[in-house]
Design a binder for this molecule. Structure first.
Ligand code: NAD
Length: 289
């Protein structure tokens, strides 16, 4: 039976550590502030933004949510981003994705000051990660690294197979895990929708990260006995219950470790957003002298 990679517990630990750092900032007259911009009423985005707002309050981060109408133009959203980039009281700035109506987020993400880019989606921050000098790193990959480290699951010298190559999860995670540093030094394979028999590759891995957005895709046949499995997927069924990309019942029988859904990667993603925000506030305060 797999041991649990407990994201709820690890996220609580991170928040406890962050509270101390927030207190220090406040003693120096700085209250970390996170500004969230949501466009439209996508139900998942409504929940995510509310979760981020509540989590911020738990560690003493001030948060501000701007909700723009469904039909907001790129120029309108850009104006609001620019205002927050210029506002020295805002340390972290986030545009909740996806945008409605197929609006391309790329030019908008480019406007966010890399120093305030707590989601790590600005090309400068992505580029620094690719160069092996990570600055702000996307929260889900960062959360996965923290989840593993805090349970003593080592990746150094091991083979990690990542299912999914998205720019928000799979790719940055592959970069992080292959960095020459503690928490990295892994041999990384990426499998994706065009990979023939991905289970051939995942079966050889010591750690499998499922981030394909396909409910129950990863079954026991994909996993080597004793391997660690991280489930990134989130799928809400009609009865409101949450499920992952991993078929938890069968995989739980063969894996050595398994992260649950809910209570695995989700809380870690939010905790790492808070960590990035506190770091942004610390760095901006240091620059101010
Ligand atoms: P995405 O749709 O952008 O990317 C999915 C990737 O999976 C693609 O690269 C695709 O090639 C690959 N893929 C699709 N079908 C596959 C298959 N049959 N075999 C192998 N690879 C396949 O998704 P994303 O944004 O990376 O998110 C993935 C999942 O993780 C979603 O369920 C999403 O809701 C969830 N998610 C969770 C968190 C969290 O905090 N827990 C954060 C981000 C995303």
């Amino acid at each position: 039976m797999a041991r649990k990679l407990d994201g709820k517990w690890a996220a609580k630990e991170i928040r406890r550590e962050l509270r101390g750092r927030v207190d220090t900032l406040v003693e120096h007259g700085v209250r970390p502030k996170l500004s969230l911009i949501r466009v439209g009423e996508d139900p998942a985005s409504v929940v995510y933004v509310r979760t981020k707002e509540r989590a911020s309050a738990k560690v003493g981060i001030e948060s501000e949510v701007l909700v723009l109408p469904e039909d907001a133009t790129e120029a309108r959203i850009a104006e609001e981003i620019d205002r927050r980039v210029a506002d020295t009281a805002v340390h972290g700035l986030l545009l909740q994705l996806p945008l409605p109506g197929g609006l391309d987020p790329t030019p908008l993400l480019y406007r966010i000051d890399p120093a305030k880019d707590v989601d790590g989606f600005h090309p400068f921050n992505i580029g620094m990660l690719c160069l092996g000098e990570p600055t702000f790193v996307p929260c889900t990959p960062l959360g996965i690294l923290e989840l593993l480290a805090r349970h003593g699951v080592e990746v150094e010298g091991r083979h990690v197979a990542i299912v999914g190559r998205s720019t928000t999860v799979g790719r940055p995670l592959a970069n992080l895990l292959s960095l020459k540093r503690p928490g990295g030094d892994a041999a990384v394979s990426i499998v994706h929708s065009r990979t023939a028999s991905p289970e051939r590759i995942t079966r050889e891995a010591d750690l499998v990260v499922a981030a394909a957005g396909r409910r129950g895709l990863v079954t026991a046949e994909w996993i080597a006995p004793g391997a660690a499995v991280v489930d990134v997927g989130i799928h809400r069924t009609e009865d409101g219950s949450l499920h992952g990309d991993v078929e938890a019942a069968s995989v739980g029988e063969v894996a050595g470790w398994l992260s649950p859904v809910p209570g695995g990667v989700g809380p870690m993603t939010v905790a790492c957003l808070l960590a990035n925000t506190v770091r942004a506030a610390e760095e901006q305060n240091r620059k101010k002298g």
